[in-house]
Design a protein around this ligand. Structure first.
Ligand code: BGC
Length: 405
């Protein structure tokens, strides 16, 4: 059920291409293909800008200096934990919280500067943009559901909150998806970079379309997929049934949920108590300790005092099946985007990738590279996958710089 053959990856790519074309033409498609109103930076932009990143459990702020010679320097950065109440309460409370964080950051980082902060805002959700600094939230994903934000311009909401906090010297001048900031962060240094990918709590990518314009694919929503009964159950039990179907097979928010259902369905097995996180899968998959002692200890924490060795091995197999499928679907999606830009893979492409699953899940990046090799053969040498860590806030600041130049 979980295997993805080379033939299936190729079929995935054909479907993906056709959905991309339809989305770009404004026809009905599971890929949103959102225009970002931005092109790649030239590498000559310079100045000091503030970058924000909202999209997961932390809100990040960073002050970045661009040299104008493809180099950047982080002057200061901070991370603020988002609580459940921010993610699921009133939207105004969420944006007021962000403004309060920005105020505490700028108060701390005075350094004798009496300046206007030009802000780039990475907002990692599907947004319909109308200009570089205008964008309406279409739909929350990844467990967010703050009230009164869907259908609203998130730049206006944040600028209003900044004013309410008395921060007249700070203004959001550019808005971007996290895939776009990741692409920008890398391409400021590396002109070959033309794709930004996130494989973390959620998943998505953006790329440079024909005229160089950057398109946010929102690939987490891709739906031409052969799901298993486990995927259907995960979807049914989620807060957004019927939506984000590829995301629910590939991203960190869901991998643990699928593996758990598979494990619970093995003959004679009971329920696993507690939340089975994707991180646990990674630990189990990479467990090479004697008799899988590490897994035993982990399962003990779950209230399973004595799982047998054969159970532990079975669980390892289940986790590995689920994450291998995720990696192969992720690779097929990356391959689809590259071939949209360059059907015969004649040019060099750097793929800037960020996200906990790609970075930390045991064997994940290797499996993606392996699958790309199966698809492209020796031509894979033209593809470079580069882990571009914490690029969201940095890319947002670079975006603010492109707005100013
Ligand atoms: C969102 C995308 C985002 C991705 C990765 C998805 O749930 O819809 O906008 O890029 O997560 O953070």
């Amino acid at each position: 059920m979980f295997s993805v053959s080379l033939g299936e990856m190729k079929e995935f790519m054909r479907n993906f291409h056709s959905e991309m074309r339809k989305g770009l033409a404004g026809e009905k498609s599971s890929l949103r293909m959102l225009s970002e109103y931005v092109k790649k930076p030239r590498g000559t932009e310079s100045g000091i800008f503030l970058g924000l990143d909202l999209g997961g459990t932390n809100f990040r702020i960073l002050l970045l200096e661009l040299t104008g010679k493809r180099k950047t320097r982080i002057l200061s950065s901070s991370k603020f934990l988002l609580h459940k109440k921010h993610m699921t309460g009133a939207g105004t409370a969420l944006f007021d919280f962000l403004a309060a964080c920005i105020k505490s950051f700028t108060d701390k980082y005075k350094a004798g500067i009496d300046r206007k902060y030009r802000i780039g805002f990475t907002f990692s959700f599907p947004v319909k943009k109308r200009a570089l600094a205008r964008g309406i939230l279409i739909r929350w994903t990844k467990g967010f559901r703050a009230r009164g934000v869907e259908g609203k311009d998130v730049v206006l909401l944040l600028n209003e909150s900044l004013k309410r906090k008395g921060l007249r010297c700070a203004e959001v001048v550019a808005l971007a998806n996290d895939t776009v900031s990741t692409l920008l962060a890398r391409s400021y240094e590396d002109p070959d970079c033309d794709i930004g990918v996130i494989l973390g709590t959620g998943t998505n990518a953006c790329y440079c379309e024909r005229a160089g314009e950057i398109i946010n694919i929102e690939w987490g929503r891709f739906s031409k997929l052969r799901g298993t009964p486990y995927d259907k159950a995960v979807d049914r039990l989620s807060i957004n049934p019927g939506e984000q179907l590829l995301e629910k097979m590939v991203s960190g928010m869901y991998l643990g949920r699928i593996a758990r259902l598979v494990a619970e369905d093995l003959p004679g097995k009971g329920k696993l108590p507690g939340e089975f996180k994707s991180e646990y899968m990674s630990l189990i998959e990479s467990d090479s300790s004697k008799n899988m002692q590490k897994t035993k200890n982990l399962l003990k924490k779950f209230g399973m005092p004595d799982p047998s060795y054969s159970d532990r091995k079975l669980l390892k197999k289940a986790c590995s099946m689920v994450s291998t499928r995720a990696a192969r679907l992720g690779a097929a999606a990356i391959a689809s985007v590259i071939t949209r830009m360059d059907a015969r893979l004649l040019k060099k492409h750097t793929v800037a990738i960020d996200g906990s699953v790609y970075e930390k899940h045991s064997g994940f990046s290797r499996k993606i590279k392996q699958a790309l090799k199966e698809i492209f053969g020796k031509n894979t040498k033209n593809i470079r996958l580069v882990l571009t860590k914490d690029a969201s806030a940095k890319g947002a600041a670079i975006l603010a710089a492109t707005a100013a130049s």
